[in-house]
Design a protein. Structure first.
Length: 571
């Protein structure tokens, strides 16, 4: 073990010297002795709690991390942070707080780390906004840190087939369409989520878990280990001991790791797996913390050049558990690297390059993960569309789509509730483009996610017969011709605010087009926008603060300038 006695750690600020006697009393009150007080102090951040199955066993996992930190010569400090469950906030006003929680998590990591002068960060999260929020906090604080995804749930079984929570959403639509019974729905809801862990498919949590490995902030092979597997305990202990080696040595800091090359690697793994469109919101936000301008256009370039090789739900067949048995995320990363789709020289938190970390990874099995020469699509699993309707861009998951072209009349709704009621009561027609506006970062505020509506459309058998456009978000579990993150948003005077029922919208997601436009002249659009009354900003509380500070979706919906300045007494 490295000798600590000759090295001054930044945490010495809180206990060293005559005037820190009371601080030493607090540390003694935590159960430390005089020698332990002089060890490096590590914040163990996790989003454990009873808000969601995603979070249910994270505190247990954190205890193993604390054991590893102590064994590695450090003193761990458990720091639980807030988490908002997308599952419990879906399809009602509570969803406004989901994306906001990403900022709260990052702010909490900063406040605790800088306030207490922690020497390092060990972060564990599993629900959608936990992962980017914790990674943002690590990069912002720029002390040695590691992130570990808490793992996915094991899928349930109904009639011999794997099911997950998305199957329940879609069964609701089948009940409304008369294609399934209430008993079918009860069976599905009771069996779709049998264990702790994040949702089982390549939705936002598991997408961002793979992103954490591609960025170099997580141990290679960590993200796809299921949440309830015994393997997670030694994984946490090993990662913690390696973090202590970084704290006591000269390993790269988070802002040395999160470079433009690392961000492009992260985009590549999202496109290669048909991952969540939310990644195109979170990656610019992580880049922002590193002081890198990396917006939606930058994401789009990587998406367009990376082949789709992961046959993963919702666009494909398989789940996180299946990726684990096929060899883990490193199988996908190794295949991309071997064919020139990754920057192998990018550093990781271990001090080794990504290429070095991927040595020994298994080859694709050909079913869960395809070889590049047998790619499901040469053009990736996601696309950014632009045109006179979305000049700042809009996002579409093209993995699993049967058609990439659609033209139809707009059916406009002013918020999610209006659209939800219309879809439930089948007040729309095949061929329509359902438009939901005023749900962007500022206009909602909070940029609500609309898996409920998209799943209902599929359950009603209309998922491939209509298109949906919104300035809000979609879940990573969304499938179909669902275009979100439209920018500029309605609240910012974007073209989506000018739409009226019957306006003809044209969507072309083919690689040579990637376009979305409406049959309106610039003059017609300007005249309509001049006549439109925009909703008032919220008054009071968290939503008011968020609406006043949030930036556009194409910039990651971030809430600060990105110019993080350290205080004088921090090293």
């Amino acid at each position: 073990m490295t000798d600590n006695t000759k090295r001054r750690f930044r945490s010495a600020t809180i206990y060293d010297g005559l005037v820190r006697a009371t601080t030493r009393s607090f540390l003694l009150g935590l159960g430390m002795d005089d020698d332990e007080i002089q060890r490096p102090h590590i914040g163990v951040f996790h989003t454990g709690g009873e808000m969601s199955p995603c979070n249910a066993n994270l505190r247990e996992q954190a205890q193993h991390a604390k054991t590893g930190i102590y064994a590695g010569g450090g003193m761990p400090h458990e720091c639980p942070v807030v988490s908002i469950s997308d599952g419990l906030t879906m399809a009602h006003s509570g969803m406004r707080f989901s994306l906001i929680s990403r900022e709260l998590i990052a702010d909490s990591v900063e406040a605790s780390t800088r306030g207490h002068q922690w020497d390092g960060i060990f972060a564990i999260g599993a629900c959608d906004k936990n992962l980017p929020g914790l990674m943002m906090g690590i990069v912002r604080c720029n002390v040695p840190g590691v992130f570990v995804h808490g793992g996915a749930a094991i899928p349930g079984q109904v009639e011999g087939r794997d099911v997950n929570v998305v199957n329940t959403y879609e069964t609701i639509g089948k009940v409304l369409a008369g294609a399934a019974s209430r008993e079918d729905l009860d069976t599905m809801s009771h069996h779709c989520l049998p264990t702790a862990g994040s949702c089982a498919g390549q939705f936002t949590a598991n997408t961002m878990g793979m992103v954490s490995e591609a960025l170099g902030l997580a141990p290679i092979g960590s993200s796809m280990v299921p949440a309830v597997f015994a393997e997670r305990a030694p994984l946490m202990r090993r990662a913690a001991q390696q973090l202590m080696a970084a704290v006591m040595g000269d390993s790269p800091l988070p802002r040395d790791i999160v470079t433009r090359q690392a961000l492009e690697n992260a985009c590549a793994v999202v496109s290669a797996t048909g991952g969540s469109t939310n990644a195109a919101l979170h990656l610019p936000a992580i880049a922002h913390e590193a002081g890198i301008r990396f917006h939606l256009d930058d994401v789009a370039e990587v998406f367009a050049r990376t082949p789709l090789i992961g046959n993963l739900s919702p666009g494909g067949k398989y789940l996180a558990r299946d990726v684990y048995y096929a060899g883990g995320a490193q199988v996908i990363l190794r295949e991309l690297l071997a064919h020139g789709y990754l920057h192998g020289g990018a550093l990781t938190w271990t001090g080794r390059t990504l290429a070095e970390e991927l040595e020994g990874a298994a080859a694709p099995d050909g079913e869960v993960v395809k070889r590049v020469e047998d790619a499901i699509s040469r053009d990736g699993g996601l696309a950014v569309l632009k045109g006179n309707l979305c000049p700042d861009g809009a996002l579409l998951k093209i993995a699993g789509l049967n058609t990439l072209v659609h033209s139809g009349p707009a059916r406009v709704f002013e918020n999610e509730e209006e659209a939800q009621a219309a879809v439930q009561n089948r007040r729309y027609e095949a061929g329509d483009v359902i438009v939901i506006r005023n749900e962007g970062p500022k206009g909602s505020p909070g940029m609500r996610e609309m898996l409920g509506i998209t799943a209902l459309l599929y359950g009603q058998g209309m998922g491939d017969k209509v298109a949906l456009l919104t300035d809000g978000r979609f879940s990573g579990a969304t499938r179909g011709l669902c275009i979100g993150y439209a920018g500029p948003e309605a609240a910012a005077g974007g073209p989506i605010a000018a739409l009226r029922n019957g306006d003809r919208i044209h969507i072309d997601a083919r690689p040579e087009a990637r376009s979305i436009r409406v049959d309106l002249t610039p003059e017609e659009m300007a005249e309509r926008l001049a006549q439109r009354a925009f909703p008032k900003a919220p008054q009071g509380g968290l939503l008011e603060k968020y609406a006043a500070s949030v930036r556009p979706a194409c910039q990651g919906a971030v809430t600060h300038s990105g110019a993080v300045t350290w205080l004088r007494d921090e090293s």
